[in-house]
Ligand binder design. Structure first.
Ligand code: 1PR
Length: 585
């Protein structure tokens, strides 16, 4: 008999993936509760209720109040039935958040904790003259599981959460354990609360909480691969404690954790476009030329089908999958945007974060002639299963206008509106820069890079260069540097940088390390190395940069079958002594 699982939906991000995860776990169907009336209608049937949330705490709590959900949720909990919170859903169990100060943003208050933002000036980063990337985006482990006042032995798990697997976190705020709230946590432990604790840099925070009939995770179990699916399954089957499967218990000698504690994140990227016959295919540029030869008459490289390849990379251990729609379908009616179908299908079988880019901006729906704001376009993608959207060309326009009007924020740009609604972590900026040589820094207003290796001097011996950004897939060059673009976008609320390099794209000669260093040394948000990876050593070169690259992306080398994703991870672990997620071996 198919059992129902109820999910509270306050329009806060990607619930499609959670529904897919629940269906993948067993014979369940998912029903959404959007307001008090829905609660009333289903109340007596509900045995398992999940409370997911993505993005902005204030938006989430405000919606809870606006939909009159506070009272029915409390009544449900008092009835002793099971409730699971996810991410902002966990945060709503607490009292308040620095993210949304003000009395009308009180949470459920089960614990009188106030959520705080991670500190970018974390001492263990500062001593290396680095800043900690915030949001905390990536795969991290649990350092300790407290059952009441005692630590759970490592061979046991709490709802299958254990200290060996890695879990996907994406948040800027957390219940950070500090001197002010230690007494609250100690009292709660004595009263029977259980806590899973993780660390990000030198800051320890609550990664999961459990008290009697409710349980919540700060990480996203629906995006944490098989390890995460086991957590949801344990909740649905009410398995609070269990032995850790022997296959999971692995101690790897000599591996060094990153400063933050997150693993080296490996992303598989699929550039998607329609071929000359109109089919959606995965392609790959060579310095952004996706045709088989230089001639524009030649065929578009066809490397496979988007969902098939993406699922293959997920099964190979990809920590994230990115789809870049490189020919935004300008004439496609909004509801028929081809990438929506790709994402819906991909989200059915891929349980790690999905990013989609290409055409994310205000658009006019050719069918209705109506202007559709970027935040609505993004919402369609989130509802189809995306966790992040990537903005390319529009970010260049926004940054140019931002500088032109004296760095005044309008609040109306795609970056600001999507970030404010879905959280900074949902907004990636895809940068398509092209090197420009300069004989001296005086030649340009942009910040230049001094070329150290004479073999890399310009054709006329230029010893400086800077990276001009392009839009429209490299076709339009702008008098704006990659650094200036990235700092503007960070100020406007972007949560991550996908740093491509047209010069290195498709070259198999390795990433553009000087560009990566310039950008990562000047922003406080995660930077993804992209373009040029041809072998596992290239990933290690990027992660060994002192600036602290957060993730690295590959495309061509995976599409051509030269390497699998886990080949890169095993190399990083054995050769680079780096901490990677190899949970699904
Ligand atoms: O401008 O917001 O509509 O977004 C368009 C998106 O499509 C941007 O993210 C832009 O980077 C991307 N794009 C546009 N044209 C191309 C092209 O190749 N002609 N893809 C393109 C650029 C960059 C990387 C690359 C990896 C791996 N691809 O994703 O695929 O660096 O390459 P590798 O084989 O070297 O590892 P908008």
């Amino acid at each position: 008999m198919v059992k129902s699982v109820y999910v509270i939906d306050v329009e806060s991000g990607n619930l499609q993936s959670l529904a897919n995860a629940i269906k993948r776990i067993g014979e369940y169907d998912v029903k959404f509760i959007r307001n008090a009336d829905d609660f009333e209608q289903y109340d007596n049937d509900i045995e398992k209720l999940i409370f997911p949330g993505v993005g902005n705490y204030g938006h989430f709590v405000r919606e809870m109040h606006a939909r009159n959900l506070i009272k029915p949720i409390n009544k449900y909990i008092d009835s002793g039935r099971s409730l699971m919170g996810i991410c902002v859903g966990l945060q709503a169990f607490f009292d308040s958040s620095e993210e949304s100060p003000g009395v009308d943003f009180r949470g459920l208050g089960f614990l009188k904790l106030r959520l705080a933002k991670f500190n970018i000036h974390d001492p263990i980063f500062e001593e290396k003259k680095l800043k900690k990337s915030v949001p905390h985006i990536g795969w991290n482990s649990i350092t300790d599981i407290k059952i009441g006042c005692n630590s759970l032995e490592r061979s046991k798990s709490l709802y299958h959460i254990n200290t060996f697997n890695k879990y996907y976190f994406v948040h800027s705020y957390a219940a950070i354990i500090n001197d002010e709230n230690k007494h609250i946590l100690e009292k709660a432990s004595k009263e029977g609360w259980n806590f899973a604790i993780a660390r990000y840099g030198s800051e320890k925070f609550l990664a999961a909480i459990n008290y009697k009939n409710f349980f919540a995770t700060q990480f996203h179990p629906e995006k944490s691969g098989l390890a995460g699916l086991r957590v949801i399954k344990s909740f649905l089957e009410s398995i609070q404690f269990a032995d850790v499967d022997k296959s999971i218990i692995q101690e790897v000698v000599g591996v060094e954790q990153s400063l933050g504690g997150t693993t080296r994140r490996i992303i598989a990227c699929l550039d998607v476009r329609s071929n000359d016959e109109g089919d959606l295919v995965v392609t790959k540029g060579d310095q952004y030329n996706v045709r088989e030869t230089a001639s524009s008459e030649s065929k578009v490289r066809n490397l496979g089908k988007p969902v098939e390849l993406a699922t293959r990379y997920y099964n190979q251990g990809a920590d994230e999958v990115t789809f870049l729609n490189i020919t935004s379908f300008r004439n496609s009616p909004l509801k028929d945007l081809p990438m929506l179908q790709v994402l819906s299908k991909a989200a059915e079988t891929i349980f790690v974060p999905l990013t989609v880019g290409g055409g994310i901006k205000d658009m006019t729906d050719p069918e209705t002639g109506k202007l559709v704001p970027a935040v609505k376009v993004a919402d369609l993608y989130f509802r189809s299963g995306a966790d992040k959207v990537s903005i390319g060309s529009d970010a260049v326009t926004i940054a140019e206008e931002y500088y032109a009007n004296g760095k005044q924020k309008t609040g109306k740009t795609s970056i600001e509106s999507i970030s404010a609604t879905f959280g900074a972590q949902a907004v990636v900026i895809s940068v398509d820069p092209k090197r420009k040589y300069a004989a001296s820094p005086m030649e340009t207003k942009m910040q230049t890079i001094k070329i150290v290796d004479p073999a890399k001097f310009g054709p006329n011996g230029e010893q400086y260069c800077y990276y001009q950004v392009t839009s429209q897939g490299g076709r339009k060059v702008h008098e704006l540097g990659a650094l200036e673009l990235c700092t503007a976008c960070e100020e406007l609320g972007a949560g991550e940088i996908l740093l491509n390099s047209i010069d290195h794209d498709g070259s198999n000669k390795g990433y553009n390390l000087e560009l990566l260093t310039q950008i990562k040394s000047n922003v406080s948000i995660p930077v993804i190395a992209s373009s040029g990876a041809g072998n596992p050593q290239h990933f290690q070169d990027a992660f060994e940069l002192e600036c602290g690259i957060d993730a690295a992306l590959g495309a061509g080398m995976f599409h051509r079958g030269e390497y699998e994703v886990n080949d890169v991870k095993k190399y990083l672990q054995t050769n680079g002594k780096m901490d990677v997620r190899l949970d699904e071996e």
